[in-house]
Design a protein around this ligand. Sequence first.
Ligand code: C2E
Ligand code: MG
Ligand code: MG
Ligand code: MG
Length: 285
Amino acid sequence: RSKDEGRKRFSYFTPEMQETANINRQLTQELRLAIVDHDFKVLYQPIMCLKTGEVHKAEALIRWHHPELGTISPAEFIPLAERCGAIIDIGNWIFSTAAKQVQHWQQTLDPDFQISINKSPAQFQNPDPSADSRWIDALTHLGLNKGICLEITEGLLLDDGSIIHQRLQKFQAAGFEISLDDFGTGYSSLSYLTKFDINFLKIDRAFVSDLENSLQNQALCEAIIVMSHKLGLKVIAEGVETSNQLNFLKLAECDYAQGYYISRPITAEEFERQLKSPTPFNLNQ
Ligand code: C2E
Ligand code: MG
Ligand code: MG
Ligand code: MG
């Protein structure tokens, strides 16, 4: 009977599930080696100022070039790294890579250049109490005031509000800025927008896609932008894929935009080449 079949299906690993589990186990073992073997790369996606059309910011996004499996998406391996604890080392590696990069770009391109890095809740659970101060000392040592922005998610602000609050304040006092990533998709509570001193709010791609057709998404984006400005936050729209979306956001006085329409995530070399070209990021094509 179909009920029994259903029960069977769910109580045993199917061959595909077994294979996924095996691959995940293999990947988990290889995560730590990947740092040593230089199999991680950081790509940078430009974040454009909508008032001026200039790019002074970029988000650092990690890529894993696996020797046999090819490029593996962070959506796939970051959760594994979080579960096995490798996220701490990986996060430290991304931070030092991005810090060196932003120091170079501040010296050669723009003294106010800023790179955003994603810091997941698991990275805030580092048992090492000196973990925060290592990042803070490094930023101070490199003289990178406002050079690094930490992208956090709503989930982090949910639990243990006061301790997280203090830690974020320490980062900010040392010259980090804070972005609230993927806004609107988590357990959105508006109260933490006033409780925490957040610098940027990133409207999630879900509200930006289909902006040209969806009256609901238009209403949500406009309202988020107005609310953020009244609270003193700057707004970044993510996942901008069309000129219509970009124009809507400009008219709604959104501060920044990021997305494939402006540029996909690219290597540091390509980023420099684009910024120095007469038509950066080919926006007029
Ligand atoms: P996120 O922080 O929300 O990053 C934005 C994601 O959207 C990136 O995917 C980016 O490539 C993609 N994206 C940007 N513009 C567009 C667009 O116009 N259309 C579409 N469809 N997608 C766009 P990516 O690089 O695959 O990263 C996925 C997620 O993995 C990130 O989401 C972030 O949560 C996590 N992640 C990436 N790098 C790191 C990292 O270094 N550390 C940590 N902890 N997490 C990371
Ligand atoms: Mg992000
Ligand atoms: Mg995001
Ligand atoms: Mg996202």
